[in-house]
Design a protein around this ligand. Structure first.
Ligand SMILES: [Zn+2]
Length: 677
């Protein structure tokens, strides 16, 4: 619940956003408006235009629009009850709206500077942010960075991506490798045509790496990028079955109808019966894949070796469907509450007092000390952490923060003792090493300062990059506090009450999933069993010349019926009249074969070859066609990741799919060109 946006799957994105916007607005109006008004007057009304000309992006406007209460990127998910409680509570002086207001003022100045194009104005605006940021810490600057990302995107969509990229270059120093900035950069580069698209690939890779290493984003990324795999495999099953049913269309229903005809049933009744059986799954409202499986089962005895192998493979591949269904809940799961996030991310709503009461008293004192550091109440913070230094379990964090409070009051020796002790307790922590380096520089020991910095760069590269890269001005270097770390008890204390969590949807979902896993296996097993039983029995084959089913033949070619053998090879034994009828029949069958073959070549490349019995070549071509088509139809267009305000750019799968589809079609249509020889 703390500083985390509900994990919304693609389909539930819109309602979640709408709910959130409503909640944010009602909170803003009911609670923050008086405070906001007073602050705006205090600032001389300068923040007012900043709100009115802020861009309103579709779908993501909520986070960016309302400064103060609602612009934080992490928005807590609260139950209706706790939202009500938050609305009636007396305003807390520690709510933390000041930084947000001040930063929105900076955003207005930055925007104006970019619009004017004046380098000096821009430098002044950036300096303003630097000054503010030093007071509020690294994470609080994220709302500003995200607001500027929206400005950059707006510039790009109005035909000025170059200026948009300049905006990104200016703000990137405050949040290096931030996913919102990466996504915005990719989108802006793509506005610049094919060359920009190629240039954007490096940032796309970086963004992908970030998504895959972030445990909360991994699931949603997989669902966004692998949805096409499911569709591709389904299309493969449908297309494959269609081609085989067309190829063996004359004998397809024989196993159903022949025994009834032998018993003397009316042929029309028998035909209707056969039609009902082959369409039964669709009539019963089942998935078309059921129909495809039934048809393959019916076709099993007729198929040739390569066709049998490919059919079993395709049936077993359907297991990918339920396997990917298992990934989907990961995309919409609520993230684990984190006390680190609570401390480092700006909070849109004050933390529920009842929630904090569930924390251990020592942890509550630590959080109070953290707040005092944030508000630069150094003496109070020193007293708080000094008291905790005796009994709090996380001694390294406590001592480091005590050192920070002392350093900021000019007590360099006392701070040094704290940092050194913290470093022995937790060697390799980037913040502590950097603090030791800050002290060494302060005491004019440049060698020690440099070596500690080098240690931090080596042992904690992420912390080093995040902190030091944004802290460019060496002369105003400050010390860095450590947040209270997460542990199972603290996470449990922060968990929302059970009534706020959506109940599990019960055993029904598990049952459906089990069925989905079992169905392809069952279908493949049934297919193989039928194939085995059919070996001893006489099943009709389909004559390649006239298309009629036959059981035995005099012809040396096993695919040609006796009639055709006598008629076209031996040229004997038939009356002139029945001979003419047979020739017409063969002509009509061959014409329909040609028509079907041309249609498949035109529309479904690969199936034409399967239809003519070139199984392997056709299978490979059709697999590629299915995957390419599915990439176009089913790749998630653009997903907004929870806690971020800009949608990720469209996946590179889609252009790849379009390219591949065009190539496959062109390759297939070449078959229509007249051939020599
Ligand atoms: Zn024949």
């Amino acid at each position: 619940m703390i500083a985390s946006v509900p994990r919304a799957s693609c389909s539930t994105q819109a309602p979640v956003t709408a709910r959130f916007i409503r909640a944010a607005f009602s909170t803003l109006i009911r609670k923050a408006a008086p405070v906001l008004g007073a602050l705006l007057i205090a600032l001389g009304g300068t923040a007012l235009p900043a709100q009115s000309d802020r861009p309103v992006p579709a779908g993501a406007s909520g986070e960016a629009k309302a400064p103060g209460a609602a612009k934080a990127p992490g928005v807590p998910r609260t139950s209706a009850a706790s939202r009500e409680a938050a609305a009636v509570r007396v305003p807390d002086p520690y709510v933390g709206q000041l930084p947000a207001i001040a930063l929105s003022h900076c955003a207005a100045r930055l925007k104006a500077a970019f619009r004017s194009g004046n380098a000096r104005d821009l430098q002044a605006a950036i300096q303003d942010v630097e000054l503010l940021r030093r007071t509020y810490g690294t994470m609080d600057v994220l709302p500003l960075v995200e607001a500027m990302a929206l400005v950059a995107r707006d510039l790009g969509s109005h035909g000025d991506p170059v200026q948009g990229l300049k905006v990104l270059d200016a703000v990137e120093r405050w949040a290096p490798r931030n996913p919102t900035l990466l996504a915005t950069r990719v989108i802006l580069l793509r506005h610049q045509g094919p060359k920009g698209y190629l240039l954007s690939l490096a940032d796309t890779m970086e963004l992908t790496r970030y998504r895959l290493t972030n445990p909360l984003d991994r699931g949603l990324w997989a669902v966004q990028h692998l949805a096409w795999l499911r569709l591709g495999i389904t299309l493969l099953l449908w297309g494959w079955t269609l081609a085989l049913a067309l190829r063996y269309r004359k004998v397809f229903r024989c196993p159903l109808e022949e025994p009834l005809l032998r018993k003397g049933q009316n042929p029309h009744v028998v035909a209707i019966f056969g039609a009902i059986v082959v369409t039964l799954p669709v009539l019963a409202g089942l998935d078309p894949s059921f129909t495809a499986m039934l048809w393959l089962w019916l076709l099993a005895p007729t198929l040739q070796g390569a066709e049998v192998k490919a059919s079993v493979l395709i049936l077993m591949l359907q297991v990918v469907q339920p396997a990917l269904t298992l990934v989907e809940p990961m995309a919409s799961s609520v993230p684990i509450p984190s006390i680190v996030t609570l401390q480092q991310r700006p909070q849109a709503l004050p933390v529920d007092a009842a929630t904090l009461l569930k924390l251990a008293p020592a942890d509550r004192a630590f959080l109070a000390g953290w707040r005092q550091l944030e508000f630069q109440e150094w003496a109070k913070a020193e007293a708080t952490f000094d008291a905790l230094a005796k009994h709090h379990p996380d001694q390294a964090e406590v001592l480091n923060n005590l050192g920070v409070a002392r350093y900021e009051q000019g007590k360099v020796q006392g701070a040094q003792a704290c940092f050194d002790e913290a470093a022995t307790l937790a060697p390799g922590r980037g913040e502590i090493l950097l603090n030791q380096s800050v002290i060494a520089y302060r005491l004019m020991d440049g060698n020690l300062g440099a070596s500690k910095q080098e240690d931090a760069r080596r042992l904690a590269p992420d912390v080093f990059n995040n902190i030091l890269a944004v802290n460019l001005v060496r002369s105003d270097q400050r010390a860095f506090p450590l947040p209270l770390p997460d542990n199972p008890e603290r996470i449990k204390a922060l968990e929302p009450p059970p009534d706020a969590v959506e109940g599990p949807r019960g055993n029904l979902r598990d049952l459906v999933l089990l069925l989905n896993f079992g169905l392809p296996v069952l279908a493949a097993a049934a297919f193989l069993i039928r194939l085995r039983h059919s070996i001893g029995e006489a099943h009709p084959s389909q004559c390649t010349r006239c298309g009629d089913p036959f059981h035995t033949t005099d012809s040396p070619d096993p695919a040609v019926c006796s009639k055709c053998h006598h008629l076209f090879v031996l040229k004997d034994g038939l009356h002139a009249e029945s001979r003419k009828r047979k020739v017409d029949e063969v002509g009509a069958f061959q014409a329909s074969q040609r028509w079907l073959h041309n249609a498949l070549t035109l529309l479904l490349p690969g199936l034409d070859k399967i239809f003519m019995g070139e199984t392997t070549a056709g299978f490979v071509e059709f697999v590629l066609f299915c995957l390419a088509g599915a990439m176009i139809l089913s790749t998630g267009r653009a997903v907004r990741y929870p806690g971020e305000i800009v949608q990720d750019p469209a996946s590179v799968w889609m252009p790849m799919g379009i390219l591949l589809t065009v190539l496959i079609y062109l390759r297939s249509w070449v078959k229509f060109l007249p051939r020599r020889g």
